[in-house]
Design a protein around this ligand. Structure first.
Ligand SMILES: Cc1ncc(COP(=O)(O)O)c(C=O)c1O
Length: 417
């Protein structure tokens, strides 16, 4: 917890680094921030204003319950029961200040030294996965990442698959955690893989925590092959961050009460509760249907068009002589680019691009260290993540510069420049 993770150091880098010579404007293709989509911004602004006008005294001026304010918990219960035909109750819900904290709470409760001193690991069953998971464990050796299967798809695409046999071989699982669809690649497990992961979770009596930040039922930024499920060993995480209000820190967990209950205690002991004004705002968004309208009419179509644009620009400008592949997917907040050559090194590429005023995220930050296996020494250092969050012009400029820099590396004989 006290070390700088890869993504934190990059964010600091961006804040402090000027562009060499000051000639070019900086293009930032690294953020996980959702795009500033005008309709989305306007809807949240309206909802916050209404809440401020009508509920400020009842929310901001008093402490609230650690599980979450009654109005939001009820709205979540009603929304999910109506959407999925469930019959969850308030005891199945915990609201928190961001799903990062909810993941940390679950990791701290369910992993680490167990009874008898055995280490219960935090296991990421399909890396690459969200780099923010790497700092969750309080034990330096507490994180285990499982390498994926890589399947080529046509000339310029590939897909990651879950290596279930490898997952089954992991000992001492305290908790399984995955983002689905995944940050960074957008890959999704299917119903059979979900059932298998639940079997592994049951065998270890460990929770399977599924982080739906980009998926179902909102904001549907990237396509998911599974819907959230209710199960004695599954905790689902949802966040409003990617639906447009990342700075307001509202997320929630849904799961069986025997797993949610200790998480509520942890919330009370650590943060007390999430901000109440924004809880009331989000309750409005659920109750009035804004969340579904935003998802269907503005968020999903926006990221479908953006991903298609980025795919086109990359195909047009990346050097034909380079063996590059994109993780396949119809939409998403990111493009995950593999440059499959011995000479390519993601960190060196990141540094070179930075000197040309373009920020990306080196792919190695999404694999669990140490990067010493044959797969991670090669594939783990040949990927980069590009964010589709900036506007179209900035995105196009960034892709053009990135392609030119990659072309330059090839002419220099492969990355020695
Ligand atoms: C997969 C995933 N989970 C969680 C988060 C953080 O969510 P929150 O803002 O709710 O803490 C992110 C942010 O990038 C993410 O990509």
């Amino acid at each position: 917890m006290n070390r700088l993770s890869g993504i934190r150091s990059i964010m600091e880098d961006i804040a402090t680094t000027g562009v060499a010579g000051g000639q070019e404007t900086t293009v930032n293709l690294s953020p996980g921030n959702p795009s500033h989509n005008p309709e989305v911004v306007a809807t949240w602004e309206r909802l916050v204003r209404e809440t401020l006008d009508e509920q400020f005294h009842d929310t901001s001026t008093r402490y609230g319950p650690s599980r979450g304010s009654a109005v939001l918990v009820e709205a979540i219960v009603d929304y999910f029961n109506a959407t999925y035909g469930w019959s969850i109750r308030p005891e199945n819900v915990l609201v928190g200040p961001g799903s990062q904290l909810l993941s940390f709470i679950a990791t701290t409760l369910f992993t680490g030294p167990g009874p008898g001193g055995r280490m219960r690991h935090l296991v990421l069953p399909r890396t690459p996965d969200y780099t923010g998971y790497q700092g969750l464990s309080l034990d330096q050796a507490g994180l285990v990442g499982v390498e994926p299967q890589v399947c080529a798809a046509g000339e310029r695409f590939f897909r990651y698959g879950l290596d279930l046999d490898a997952v089954r071989r992991v000992d001492d699982i305290g908790m399984l955690l995955l983002s689905n669809p995944s940050n960074p690649s957008g890959s999704s497990i299917d119903a059979t893989e979900l059932a298998e992961l639940i079997t592994v979770a049951k065998e270890h009596d460990a929770p399977l925590v599924i982080d739906h930040a980009y998926g179902e039922p909102f904001p549907r930024i990237a396509p998911s092959d599974i819907k959230p499920v209710l199960h004695s060993h599954v905790v689902n995480l949802f966040t409003l961050s990617k639906a447009g209000i990342p700075a307001e820190r509202i997320a929630f967990a849904i799961g069986p009460s025997h797993l949610i209950d200790p998480m509520v205690s942890f919330m009370a002991n650590s943060a007390l509760h999430a901000p109440q004004l924004l809880q009331a705002t989000v309750a409005r968004a659920f109750a009035k249907g804004d969340i579904d309208t935003l998802t269907a009419q503005h968020i999903t179509p926006y990221y479908t068009a953006k991903r298609a644009l980025a795919g086109r620009l990359l195909a047009e400008s990346l050097p034909a002589a380079v063996n590059w592949r994109l993780h396949s997917g119809d939409r998403g907040l990111f493009c995950w680019l593999l440059v499959d050559h011995d000479w390519f090194d993601d960190l060196r590429f990141y540094e070179t691009l930075k000197r040309h005023g373009v920020f990306i995220v080196p792919g190695r930050h999404f694999f669990a260290p140490p990067l010493t296996t044959p797969f991670l020494r090669t594939h783990g250092k040949r990927c980069v993540r590009l964010s589709l969050s900036p506007g179209e012009d900035e995105l196009a400029a960034g892709i053009r510069r990135l392609s030119a820099v990659l072309g330059g590396l090839v002419s220099d004989g492969g990355g020695r420049g």
